[in-house]
Design a protein around this ligand. Structure first.
Ligand SMILES: [Zn+2]
Ligand SMILES: [Zn+2]
Length: 367
């Protein structure tokens, strides 16, 4: 899949002013917001992603130079790096257990933000269902700094990120969202000198893992919600949710088309002409497919309920799309046979077409 063009996504000209871009974004975001009836979460995200680029002068300039791709536009090609996830969860799933004194006068309770992470599974796993393991940093306080994240004896200082507020406010022009400051995790103060054991996170190094069930039949780009495993809330607010985006590796044999699976099935010229029985692959073995004499290129034959699992225990169908292999570089003998076949068939395959074209031009019928 090609990277989306943010100008196209927002429907604005390349020369559009920041105001015009903002206006287009607001209208589209309102229209496609997932909370609306007829809203579309994917479309909404795409719009947000586009605005993220075009509202940021640096990113916008980079895109205009051709050096910037919209994140998430890569589909199945997005690489998954466990260490990224570790960092992500480390900064957000750190919890507020060690918030300590001072948090009582903190901000009003607010729900934590939702988080999104990505996993890759194989094509077979997407059909059978599987379980993935996501690393979760420890929630226990670091034994050396007792959760402060500071080198023992280090003084505390006002968090430079949030100026001691414990929250940062993010405004995208439509909504402003209050979220816990990622640097001080809502405490408002950070140690001057980070603890070497936990590198300032305040959590015991190491951690556990979160097992997430991936249902059978999941499609590429499908999302699984893990309730309550998102970012911690502010001031005793509930945690957000974690969304796991599943990327399914493409199969060498099958192409997913909704609940059906499609296979391109090569057949020979003589098989196409004469028909017959051919052995074809299925998900769990092979079957025999009967070809009619005169099978055309591009036609589809179905084996019912041998496709991808659907909800409710049913399955889609398996489709075989016929691809006639036309041989090149015939020997003299084969050319001779082809000519003989042509002469014997004595076809005029374009006669009807030429007649129709002639009628279209309004030319007098030449008889
Ligand atoms: Zn802070
Ligand atoms: Zn520590």
């Amino acid at each position: 899949m090609a990277a989306a063009d943010p100008y196209k996504t927002l429907g604005v000209e390349r020369s559009a002013s920041p105001e015009a871009i903002k206006k287009a974004y607001r209208a589209l975001a309102r229209k496609h917001h997932p909370d609306n009836s007829g809203g579309d979460e994917n479309r909404f995200k795409e719009i947000q992603g586009a605005y993220d680029i075009l509202s940021d002068p640096e990113k916008k300039a980079a895109f205009d130079r051709g050096g910037f791709q919209m994140p998430g536009a890569g589909g199945a090609g997005v690489p998954f790096d466990m260490s990224d996830l570790s960092d992500l969860l480390g900064s957000f799933l750190g919890g507020r257990r060690g918030a300590g004194p001072g948090s009582r006068s903190g901000p009003a309770p607010a729900r934590g933000r939702d988080l999104e992470t990505q996993v890759r599974i194989s094509f077979a796993q997407s059909l059978d269902g599987t379980e993935v393991s996501l690393p979760v940093p420890s929630q226990d306080p670091c034994p050396d700094c007792r959760g402060t994240g500071g080198r023992p004896g280090s003084a505390m200082t006002t968090c430079p990120e949030c100026s001691g507020q414990g929250v940062t406010v993010q405004s995208d022009g439509l909504f402003s969202t209050q979220m816990p400051c990622p640097k001080c995790r809502g405490v408002g103060r950070v140690p001057k000198d980070p603890c070497p054991t936990c590198r300032g996170t305040g959590r015991r190094p190491g951690g556990s893992s979160l097992r997430v069930k991936v249902p059978s039949g999941i499609r590429d780009g499908g999302r699984i919600k893990v309730g309550g495993r998102g970012e911690p809330g502010v001031g005793n607010g509930p945690r957000g949710d974690l969304y796991v985006v599943v990327h399914v590796a493409p199969s060498q044999v099958f192409v997913r088309k909704g609940d059906n699976l499609e296979i391109e099935l090569p057949i020979s010229v003589s098989e196409a002409l004469l028909g017959g029985e051919v052995r074809v692959p299925t998900l769990d073995g092979t079957k025999t497919l009967r070809l009619a004499a005169g099978t055309r290129n591009g036609t589809v034959q179905r084996l019912k309920e041998l496709g991808a699992p659907k909800s409710g225990g049913k399955r889609g169908d398996l489709h075989y799309r016929i691809a006639i292999e036309i041989p090149k570089d015939l020997t003299a003998e084969q050319k001779d046979l082809a000519e003989k076949l042509g002469a014997s068939l004595d076809q005029d395959p374009r006669a009807e077409l030429l007649k129709r074209a002639e009628r279209l031009r309004g030319a007098p019928a030449s008889g």
